[in-house]
Design a protein around this ligand. Structure first.
Ligand code: ARG
Length: 263
């Protein structure tokens, strides 16, 4: 009886390992897939891959109960699996991700993060894995109809995001109110503290779907590339992450992850 149970347990464990790659949520990665040759990763010893994110940015990263979920979480897990490492997720303020990666506190930052010239001064970015568009959310019936109307509007943004940086640059700091999360900015729109919110399109869709009376304007503000940031002195990890991304793209796994969250 005991033996049977043991056999059953092993079978279940193997099955669990097989689905680990496609599993969603959870705080740790699958774990012990050996690093493919040429990935630059050491084999044998147990190791971890720590990521920093800001898990209030659906569908890229968000909480589903107590579990992390979203495109970036699954991509990070797949990269950790590729490396044979255990993924450690740190949920931090968006504006502290780059500094934390730079100082070596986290191995990488993956947070729907846009590649910008300015950020490239501080960190390296992996190959891009997704595209974002800054869009404008308004209340239904709003007089704001296009980007140029933002010049007279109170704009809500998530602090330290490209939406924040571009709006401050284009319309002046006085026009921009910064919030800790995109959801807080949307809440301020609902309660008329701001006239619109500038944020990435996919989170915008999630927020509009979750709240009545909001809409996304047809006019896009900017188009951007998302990538993973890594410390400049960690070329090895940059190469490994790019190799992992290449593998995920070639196998169709990346598309599979993205289309699970975005139609
Ligand atoms: N793409 C924008 C940027 O890089 C916003 C990203 C916000 N991400 C987040 N997880 N809150 O600035």
């Amino acid at each position: 009886m005991k033996k049977k149970l043991l056999v059953l347990c092993s079978v279940l464990m193997i099955a669990a390992m097989a689905v680990a790659l496609t599993a969603c949520g959870g705080k740790s990665g699958g774990g012990d897939t050996p690093a493919p040759a040429g990935s630059g990763a050491d084999s044998g010893e147990a190791k971890t891959l720590s990521m920093a994110t800001n898990a209030a940015f659906p569908p890229y990263e968000y909480m589903e109960g107590n579990e992390y979920a979203g495109i970036d979480i699954e991509i990070a897990k797949a990269i950790a699996d590729y490396m044979g490492a255990e993924l450690v997720i740190n949920d931090v303020e968006f504006g502290s991700i780059i500094g934390g990666v730079q100082s070596g506190k986290y191995d990488m930052g993956i947070a729907g993060m846009t590649v910008t010239e300015e950020r490239l001064q501080s960190v390296n970015f992996s190959d891009t894995y997704s595209t974002g568009v800054q869009v404008i959310i308004v209340k239904e019936g709003s007089t704001i109809a296009s980007v140029k109307d933002l010049a007279d509007a109170k704009i809500g943004v998530q602090m330290d995001t490209t939406g924040d940086i571009y709006c401050c640059g284009d319309f002046g700091d006085d026009h921009v109110t910064e919030f800790k999360t995109g959801a807080d900015a949307v809440q301020a729109l609902i309660t008329d503290k701001v006239d619109c919110v500038v944020i990435d399109n996919e989170p915008a869709k999630s927020f509009v779907a979750a709240n009545e009376g909001l809409k996304i304007l047809d006019t896009a503000y900017t188009v951007e590339d998302y990538a993973i940031c890594i410390a400049k002195d960690n070329e090895d990890l940059l190469n490994t992450v790019n190799a992992a991304l290449k593998d995920l793209k070639a196998s169709g796994k990346l598309d599979e992850i993205i289309s699970k969250y975005i139609n």
